[in-house]
Design a binder for this molecule. Structure first.
Ligand code: F6R
Length: 599
């Protein structure tokens, strides 16, 4: 949610900031802006809309400065227009701020500042910060920022400039900030993707910490003004991983990367018939598991519940993190809370984690982004190693989450002294190759997709472990193609959604072999009898299924427990091709942002 990039160093700041912003655009694309400091003057240029709009400003090519801050916005307070775009200036134009997060008490602060004579130009909470810092400014920006932040409730990742100070002041509470240490330059950003092209040496700022970064040095403090020393860490991702490499969209590239991504999740974790995970969890203490997550990660959690209960016998609940954090849930020392998050920054998931820790619950994380807040705060966990996921719609992270949950379930089973079936391990190891067999048939799905561009609604039905796959298929379609889609357990259809079935309602069935295969066929008949259009994903080619289905996609056969890993691929591709054929911006769908750091 919102992307921040800041630069101080010997190079020209503007091209670097613009390049950094473009890599962060997936975090929000309502408006973009830049502020540079030069000759005791701040110059702000901003535009509503995407970064491409900002890039058109000819003046940008004329500016030569070595310090600057920039922002791409996902609107929270105030409409997505130019006035509300960041950076925001203080009254006298001496201080500029870019901000990711929400200042919850901005109304009372704004009232107070207005009474003191401050005049505001925007509707944003962020502008209040600029004025507040100005109020406290007495010749030292860092001191003023600390004083201002003591008056602020809410979340922030901020970068601040003062026209007379050759330094950047950065602070964080709840919204990620990474400091990249280059050769005679420092690049600060909300996400490592903007830093990797320049350096791999980074410092992660923690909550309530501030960094004061000069041309040749930096220092870190907490908000009490005490010096701190965070470790310098090395980012492992490389530049190729964040490029499109010939694919039209990141989403398509990431769908195709899935075989390799799950190989990376498994690497070193299945050896000689054993599952190897380094857990600091006391398994004997676990009487109940709760999994908290949001969106697609919540869908992988539902699959995880099936796997964990089957392989470990431990009762497992799945909760939306946003519900769990405010519900009076029964959590204690016997519970293991698993949090799942691609970004590792989702505000609700982080809050769920912190709530559980306060209750003395053991915590475990499945996170993709190394060094992210959730990754750092969980007691123990596994990294997904999916590589950077740039497309706003999650694909490869979902698959890696399911694999990691499977490994976790099997690991607990093994720790309980039970054998793992070698056939199961063989089948798991065959999955990447089988996924590739599906991605190679992407063109077939494009042809099917072409028939559905005018439809306004879709239903996705699956049962058992494939019910969450139906949810995920529907989510993918709605978020990138803006077609209303619902996922349902197939048998629930007759308790309501069946009323929707007619010749304009495509119904996607997940009908791979397993305990409920015959039941799903009966549900297909119910749809057929009412004139619905049927698209079937199956591993079972027979004349009867062909007769029932308007389109049939045959996928490779595997065990039922592993089938979600294969069945979701055609659904990702179907959603992708429908959205692309409709000419939509697949990687940056409207109103969405990749990393949801506000609640
Ligand atoms: C959907 C999607 C979102 C995320 C959700 C949680 O394609 O990407 O639903 O899954 O915002 O994000 P993370 O996993 O980063 O916590």
């Amino acid at each position: 949610m919102c992307g921040i990039v800041a630069y101080i160093g010997e190079k020209s700041a503007v091209p670097l900031l613009m390049e950094g912003l473009k890599k962060l655009e997936y975090r929000g694309y309502d408006s973009a802006g830049i502020c540079i400091a030069c000759n005791h003057r701040l110059e702000v240029i901003k535009r509503s809309g995407r970064i491409a709009e900002l890039e058109k400003v000819a003046r940008l090519n004329e500016i030569s400065a070595r310090i600057g801050i920039a922002h791409t916005r996902w609107a929270t307070h105030g409409a997505p227009n130019e006035i509300n775009a960041h950076p925001h200036l203080s009254c006298h134009g001496e201080i500029a701020v870019v901000h990711n997060g929400i200042i919850e008490n901005f109304r009372s602060l704004k009232d107070m500042l207005t009474k003191e004579g401050h005049q505001f130009t925007s509707d944003t909470d962020t502008e209040v910060l600029a004025h507040l810092i100005e109020k406290f400014y007495q010749g030292d920006l860092a001191t003023a920022v600390i004083k201002a932040l003591h008056n602020v409730e809410g979340t922030f990742g901020i970068a601040v400039l003062h026209k007379d100070e050759e330094r950047l002041v950065i602070a964080r509470r709840g919204s990620p900030i990474i400091i990249g240490l280059g050769q005679r330059e420092t690049i600060v950003a909300s996400d490592a993707v903007s830093i990797i092209p320049h350096t791999k040496k980074v410092i992660y700022l923690n909550d309530n910490e501030i960094a004061i970064i000069g041309m040749h040095d930096y220092r870190l403090q907490n908000l009490n003004g005490e010096s701190i020393a965070n470790d310098i860490q090395e980012i492992r991702w490389n530049i190729e991983q964040i490029e499109k490499r010939g694919f039209k969209h990141f989403m398509l590239k990431e769908i195709f990367e899935q075989p390799e991504a799950i190989r990376n999740t498994m690497r070193g974790r299945i050896t000689n018939g054993q599952i190897k995970l380094s857990l600091h969890t006391d398994i004997s203490r676990i009487k109940r598991i709760i999994i908290a997550a949001c969106g697609t990660s919540w869908h992988s959690a539902l699959i995880g519940k099936n796997l964990i209960e089957k392989y470990t016998g431990i009762p497992t609940e799945v909760d939306y993190a946003s519900e769990f954090r405010y519900r009076q849930s029964i959590i204690n020392r016997d519970v293991l809370l698993i949090v799942i998050s691609q970004s590792g920054e989702t505000a609700d998931t982080l809050a769920a984690l912190r709530k559980a820790k306060t209750a003395g619950t053991q915590t475990f994380g499945l996170v993709n982004v190394v060094g992210s807040t959730i990754a750092r705060e969980v007691e123990s966990g596994v990294y997904l190693h999916a590589g950077p996921e740039i497309g706003v719609a999650s694909t490869k992270a979902f698959l890696c989450q399911v694999v990691a949950l499977l490994l976790l379930a099997l690991y607990i089973k093994q720790q309980n002294g039970e054998q793992i079936d070698p056939t199961l391990l063989e089948k798991i190891e065959a999955i990447p190759e089988q996924i590739q067999q599906v991605t190679e048939r992407s063109d077939e799905l494009r042809e099917i997709a072409a028939a559905y561009l005018a439809n306004r609604n879709f239903l996705y039905l699956g049962r058992g472990i494939n019910y969450p796959v139906a949810l995920e298929g529907a989510l993918k379609l709605k978020e990138i193609s803006y077609i209303h889609a619902e996922g349902y357990p197939a048998a629930e259809m007759k308790h309501g959604p069946i009323a929707l079935i007619d010749a304009n309602m495509p119904v996607v069935f997940i009908a791979t072999k397993g305990a409920v295969f015959d039941k799903v066929i009966s549900n297909m008949q119910e749809v057929k009898a009412r004139g619905g259009i049927i698209l079937t994903i199956t591993d079972h080619d027979n004349p009867y299924l062909r007769e029932l289905s308007n389109h049939l996609m045959i996928v490779p056969e595997t065990l039922e427990d592993l089938s979600p890993l294969i069945n979701v691929i055609p659904l990702q591709l179907l959603a992708y091709h429908i959205a692309d054929l409709k000419g939509l911006n697949v990687d940056k769908p409207r109103n969405l942002a990749k990393s949801v750091t506000v609640e």
